[in-house]
Each structure stands twice: as C-alpha cells, then as structure tokens.
Design a protein around this ligand. Structure first.
Ligand code: 73E
Length: 808
C-alpha cells in the first residue's frame, strides 16, 4: 500500500497549510467548501506525483498503453475513493474528527460530475478504476462537457430538467493542459498535391477549433498506479473579440466566435441508447477522437520515434460503442496524409490497434449519419470511409452464393447513410458484447454476416463494476462485517468474497448481515426525508428499481404491479401484503414522452397510495429525484429486492443488477442480460426469476401469435382493471390521466410485452415477499448473493480485456 500520508500529524500539518493557501483562512474559519477543496487539492497533488512515476515506469518497462475512447465517463465523486485507494481513509477521518470536522460532510461538498447518461458511461469509469488497480497503463479519452446530464426536478409528478452547473465552484481534480492543445479541422475541401512523385491529400479552407485537454488523475487501488482521464474542451483557436461590435453595444456578436466554438463541448446529449442525428453531436465525436489520436501519437513518437509499424506493439485503442467509430478512419487519415504511409501498411496498423465494444442491439440506438451532412463536415475523413467501403465491396467473393445479401447487411454506406456499427466492425480486430446472451445475439442475429466472415473477431466480455466504489465505499457497515470475517484481501481480489459462503449457516453472522441492511435502510430513509419530505419505514421491504427510464426496462410493469396490489388490498382488507416500500429513481431523455409519462404515473400513484390510510401500513411508493452516482451509492446498499425486469433479449447487460447483488439484494428479474449470469453464479434458488425468455419472445413475434387485446380480455379482473385506471380518474388527481400510455400499449400491440409478463411478474413478487418473514433464510440468500458477486468486479472484466483483446 502506497500511503500518501505517513501519520495523522503529518497529514494535519499539510492539511492546515492547504486550507490556508486556498482560502487564506484557518481550517476552523474556512467553509465546508474550502475544507473540501483543500483536501482534494492535497490528494490530487499526491496523485499527480504518483502519476508521473507510473508514466515513467510505463516508458522504462516498454509497456503497451491502452486508450479507452468514450464519449461518456460517469466518474462520480473522487475524494472518498482516492482516500480508500491510497489507504488513508480511516486515518484522515480520524484526523479531521480531532479537528472537529466530519469527513462525510466535507465529501458532500464535492460536485458529482454527470458526464454520462447511465450504464455505458459508468462502465467506462469503472474500467478506469480497474485498469489502474491492475497496473495497466490505461487512459481515458473523452469530453469535458460544461454542462453534464440535466438535473432532474419533479414538479406535480413530472420530470423537469435544469442545467447541471457542475463547474461553478471549480473542479479541484483537473489540470488544464494548454500546452497539449490540438487544432481540429472541420469543413473545407480536399485538395491533392504532389510530393516525391506521390499524390497526397490535405483539407484546406477549414474552420478550426482548438481542443484543450484537462487531465484528471485516476488512482488505482493500493496507490501504486495513477493513470489519467483526459477530457477535451472546445475553444476558439484565436481570440477574435470584435471591439467594434462591442462598442456598438452588440455584445453577443463581439464574442460570437468563442460562443460558437465552445458550443461543441457545452452539453452532454441526454439520450441513453436512443435517437440521435444532430450535427453538434457529430462534431463532438470527431473532436475527442481526432484530439485523442493526435495526443496518443505524440506520446508514441516521443517514446518510439516515427516507427509507426510498431504502433500495434505499444498502443491499443478501444472504442466504447460507435460514438468513437471515427478512430479507424481518423488514424488512417493521419498515417496516410501526414505520416506518409501507404494505404495497405496503414490499414494493417489500424486494424491491429482498434477494437470495439457493442452495447446495445436496439435498432433506434444504432448510429447512422447522412452522407451529405458527414461529408460536408469532414470531407477527407469521408473520402477515407468511402475507400474503406470500396475495398470492403471488392473483397467479396462473388462466386459464393448469397454474397449480395451478405454485402447488403455488412455495407458501411447504405441508403445515403454511414452505418457506424459496420464501420467499427470492419476497422477492428476484436468485437465484443457485454454479457453472454448479448454476445450470442450479436453473433447469431445482429452481426451474423460479419460473424460468418470473421468468427475469430467476436468475443464476450461480461460487464463488471468497481466493487471498491459500489461495495467498500458505498456500504461501510457491511464491508466492515465482511473484513472482520474474511480479512481485507477482497478489496484487491473480489473473488475472495467466496469465503463468505462458510458463514451461510452462522446464525449470528446472518443476524449481523440483517442489521447492516437495516442501518443502510435507515440511512436511505433519512436521505429520502431530507430530499422529498416523504417518510418511509425501514421495517418494510425495500423493493428497488433504479436506472434510466426506457420502455424496454419496463418501469411501467413495476408500477402496474403496485396498482394491482393496491386494488386488491382495497377490495379485500384481508388480502395479505408484505409491507413494502416501492422505490424508483432514474431520468428520462428530455424528448422521450413515453418515459416521462411513466415517471409522472409513478409519482401520481405515489400521491394516491401514500395518502390513503387504508393501505399506508403496508405500502408506500417513493420516487427519488435526480438519480446520479452519489445517491446511487446510498440506494444500492439499502435495497432488498433488485428489480431487473427488462423484456428478455433487450437489455444488453445491465450493471445495476450487479451492484445490487453485491450489496445483498435478491434479483427479481427476467432471464435477460447479465441477470442470467447472476442466477447461474448465485443459484436460481437465491433469486426470483420469471417471465418470457429471449427465445420465447422471438418465437412469439416470429409466429405472429401475440395479441395484446386477447391478453387483456383474458384477465379483465386484474390486468383489465389496471389498464382502465390509466384512462379513468383513479390516479389523475395530480396532473391528469395516462391515456397516452394506454394507447401506446393497445395501439402497438404491447411492444415490450408488459401485459404478457404481468401475471408471472406479480406472482413472482408475491412469492418472494411472502418469504420475507423468515429473516434467517432471507439473510442467507443475501449473503450468498454477495459471496457469489466477486466475478462481477470490473477487475475481472478488465483482466479479460487485457489478456484477450489488448494483449497489454
Ligand atoms: O445494458 C446496458 C449496458 O449494461 C446498455 O443498455 C448500455 O450499456 C451498458 C454498459 O454496457 C447502453 N448505453 C447505450 N447503449 N447501451 C448508449 C447508447 C447511446 C448513447 C448513450 C448510451
């Protein structure tokens, strides 16, 4: 363990000086924010010192460097994580306590950067943590958005979006690296020129933007390796402040150029696996790709000279979904146009360096760009894509039967559009999905023609999560119990959690597991009370669904279950309901009406149920506003039921399922995404699995044998009642009824099979909560979930990427 402070005394002196230097005040006179900024500054300085050493070590040892390109990094707060990773968390807490301060109050001052939408962005952040923990020279490359994902407020039950001004009070972890800024060229036109008897191409009359990097240290567990996350901000290349316009009083025009440049990195697009097609998004994608590649080539050249043929030996570029799909063509462009390589040599390098992860098979999420828009914005990159496409066509063996269909499926340019997924597959040496079932669907359905041509490219890397952040840090009471039982080796090697299985029949230990859950439920209840005013009872079951709102994730089916239980309890006061708090949290894309209506429905149902004394003893509905990494860390540890109820075949992996499992929640879920692996590892008997399977869903649609109306008519009493309540006034009091949801289901034949799975879902819930009374058995299941969750540490995932894809 590389401890950054030797002892309390040393820390206290350094800390007092740091507070003085940033605020000009004594630690006692300073504000909580000053106290946070000083502590972060102190830790960040130490981190940067280690980062310099890690970098020198990578050079000296000739390490391969891995660059993880992602348009999102949902990093969360860093202070607590870095204190833990540097092994000084308890000591710092004590030292602050001696001075009269509470570490957690100081930590709450830290902004929670929302530079991502959901699972994809958080995965990228977990991977940074694990790369550093594993000692890999691995770097994040992404965007520094001035405004992250919107802040969610709930007004009359509806989601209202507010800007996320996370930079207002400064961000102590980042360092601006003006010296490493890169000029990015947009627009213009391509011209050829002769040099040494060869024709080369360049783009002229371009509109240039300056990409300025900000570096954030990434501290690995044990503090031996510190890597960097580099995020790029867009700025004008030169200041063109128009004094004349300013003097005329035309202030906006005076600074128009700066505003236009900065717009590129102004905001994160709020769509998780959804619609796209905006020009500004394309500019974002090119900006961080081009800047990132120039920056990594610069590092390579300093270490290895202009020996570009060595690039595959020393560099891996990983593309997180298709948002960085231009990595292939952009690296081709630089190697050919600027480093003067021949096409074939450059292509050989590119296809050994680039790899690609697919995160979703939802057709609406597969990126496509209109050729017209693209070629105007990036004419030379487009030419290169066109040439890649031409060569792809040429490579087809036209004597083989079915080649036309295969070409149609795998083409890059089609119907006036560029298909980014196909481009990514063709430019990469490795293509992976994010859970077993998802990788199988990719191979057998979505990308089956590619799989037939190059099966060796395809592989699975089931997602993982940082067990340090989402267990050790988020759940200190349970983590303490675990460490007392099996030692602290699990922090490094999560597989050691298996040792907990020895305690499955230890009554006292199981009681302690239950007591820690209880403490976490009280902690969450206090947070909910402070944030929303709602009082929830820690004696009830905490049934939790927290994730982005999307039709296929079926938050609708969950709230329909709540409506059904409510109806039955009202009809029959003797109907047994295990006292439950139904907890929801998550954001909906601002333009996604169905998802936003679902949020409004949940809040409207909450309004009725929470104010109905006939059911209050046994049910409450709680919507926690503004789901983000920091409150997620309070929610997961308090959960007892983990709702993972997506339509089978649709959720590529999911990662909240893993976080909840690790914290001892029982999965109530469909056989979708990583739920399948969760059930396999922990044992089916320790989860509650229900509903149609992916093959059954496929079969149902293929055979045209599903009719939503028949399902509705087959269950008029319960399902029919719930559906009627969407249209009548039962839950309309807050802000109107939910006819649009009703119509969406009935007019489109229930596209996510909410009605088809409804009864098996409610039955599974009743059976599961019915067993809550036997606390010992429940706690044993919780323990076995934790004990089996080590495999879901992102350390394991990253080792697989390292050994099987990056060869680093
Ligand atoms: O199943 C999740 C998966 O666990 C998947 O929906 C999500 O990625 C997670 C991590 O692998 C995902 N996000 C996006 N696509 N898949 C996405 C697409 C476009 C914009 C933003 C996010």
């Amino acid at each position: 363990m590389n401890k950054i402070f030797d002892n309390k005394q040393e820390f206290t002196e350094l800390y007092r000086d740091a507070v003085m230097s940033i605020s000009g005040k004594s630690v006692e006179a300073a504000s909580d924010l000053d106290r946070f900024n000083a502590l972060a500054k102190l830790v960040a300085e130490k981190a940067r010192t280690v980062a310099t050493k890690s970098d020198a070590r990578a050079t000296a040892e000739g390490k391969k460097r891995v660059y993880y390109f992602s348009i999102e990094f949902l990093i969360g707060r860093l202070l607590d994580n870095y204190l833990l990773n540097f092994g000084v968390r308890d000591m710092v807490a004590e030292a602050l306590d001696d001075m009269g301060f509470d570490l957690s109050v100081i930590e709450n001052q830290e902004p929670d950067p929302a530079l991502g939408n959901g699972g994809l962005g958080r995965l990228a952040a977990c991977f940074l943590d694990s790369m550093a923990a594993e000692g890999i020279a691995g770097y994040g490359n992404g965007m520094r958005y001035r405004y992250g994902l919107f802040k969610q407020e709930i007004v009359n039950g509806s989601q209202v979006e507010a800007t996320d001004e996370w930079l207002t009070h400064g961000y102590p972890w980042e360092v601006r690296r003006q010296d490493k800024a890169v000029t990015i060229k947009f627009g213009g036109h391509v011209e050829g020129f002769e040099e040494n008897g060869r024709t080369f191409y360049r783009t002229v009359d371009t509109q240039d933007i300056l990409a300025v990097p900000y570096d954030i240290p990434v501290v690995g567990y044990a503090g031996e390796t510190v890597n960097k996350l580099r995020v790029w901000a867009a700025e004008p290349v030169e200041e063109h402040f128009d004094l004349e316009a300013f003097n005329r009083g035309d202030y906006a025009l005076a600074d128009a150029e700066r505003a236009e440049a900065e717009a590129i990195s102004a905001i994160l697009y709020p769509n998780d696996a959804g619609e796209h097609g905006r020009l500004l998004r394309l500019k974002q994608e090119y900006l961080f790709v081009s800047a990132g590649i120039y920056s990594l080539l610069d590092t390579f050249e300093k270490e290895h000279g202009a020996n570009w043929e060595l690039l595959p030996q020393f560099v891996a570029i990983h593309t997180n979904d298709t948002h960085p799909a231009m990595c292939g063509p952009e690296l081709m462009r630089i190697l050919i146009d600027e480093k003067k390589l021949e096409w074939d040599d450059a292509w050989n390098i590119v296809t050994q360096v680039v790899s690609y992860t697919n995160h979703t098979i939802l057709p609406e999420a597969l990126e496509k760009w209109p050729i017209g828009t693209f070629s105007k914005l990036l004419p030379r990159v487009y030419q290169i894509i066109d040439e890649i496409s031409r060569r792809w066509h040429e490579s087809f063996d036209t004597t083989q039967e079915g080649w036309q269909e295969r070409l149609r499926q795998t083409a890059i340019l089609w119907d006036g559009e560029i298909r980014m997924a196909n481009l990514s597959v063709i430019c990469s040496h490795s293509v992976n999905g994010v859970a077993k079932i998802h990788s199988d669907i990719i191979k057998n359905i979505v990308l089956k023609d590619f799989y037939a041509l190059t099966p060796e490219k395809f592989n699975n890397k089931t997602n993982g999560i940082s067990h340090r952040r989402f267990f050790a840090e988020a759940n200190p009471t349970y983590a303490k119990l675990v460490t007392e039982a099996i030692g602290d080796g699990w922090l490094k090697d999560a597989f050691e959690l298996e040792k907990l299985k020895e305690f499955q029949n230890d009554t006292e230990f199981l009681k302690a597991v239950g007591a820690s859950k209880r403490a976490n439920k009280e902690r969450l209840a206090a947070y909910v009370k402070a944030e929303t005013g709602l009082v929830i009872d820690p004696n009830t079951v905490f049934d939790v669904q927290v994730k982005r709102f999307h039709a296929y994730k079926r938050q609708l089916m969950n709230i329909m279950k709540v409506m059904d239980i409510y109806n039955r309890r009202i009809a029959d006061p003797n109907f047994h309901v295990t006292p439950t708090t139904f907890i929801f949290s998550g954001k909906a894309a601002s333009s996604y009406t169905f998802a936003k209506e679902t949020i409004r429905l949940i809040n409207s149902v909450a309004d009725v149920i929470n104010n109905d004394p006939r059911v209050n003893e046994v049910m409450k509905v709680c919507f926690i506003p503004n789901f983000r990494v920091s409150n997620a860390q309070l929610i997961y540890p308090a959960a007892e039921i983990s709702e993972q109820i997506s339509t089978a075949g649709k959720e590529a992996s999911g990662t909240s399922n893993m976080k909840l499992m690790m914290n001892g929640a029982i999965t109530l879920g469909t056989l979708d995404g990583a739920n399948i692996e969760i059930a396999d590892l922990a044992g089916r008997e320790n989860e509650a699995i229900f509903g149609l399977t992916a093959p059954e869903v496929e079969q149902l649609w293929a055979s045209n044998s599903y009719f939503a109306w028949d399902t509705l008519n087959g269950d008029r009493e319960r399902l029919g009642r719930v559906m009627d309540e969407l249209k009548d006034n039962t839950f309309a009091g807050l802000s109107g009824n939910f006819e649009s949801i009703y119509n969406e289901l009935m007019n489109n034949n229930d596209p996510d099979l909410v009605m088809a799975d409804f009864r098996s879902y409610v039955d599974a819930w009743e059976k599961l909560t019915g067993s809550y009374g036997d606390q010992e058995t429940w706690n044993r299941k919780a323990l076995l979930n934790t004990a089996s969750s080590g495999w879901f540490s992102s350390d394991r995932t990253i080792r697989e990427y390292r050994d099987e894809i990056w060869h680093a």
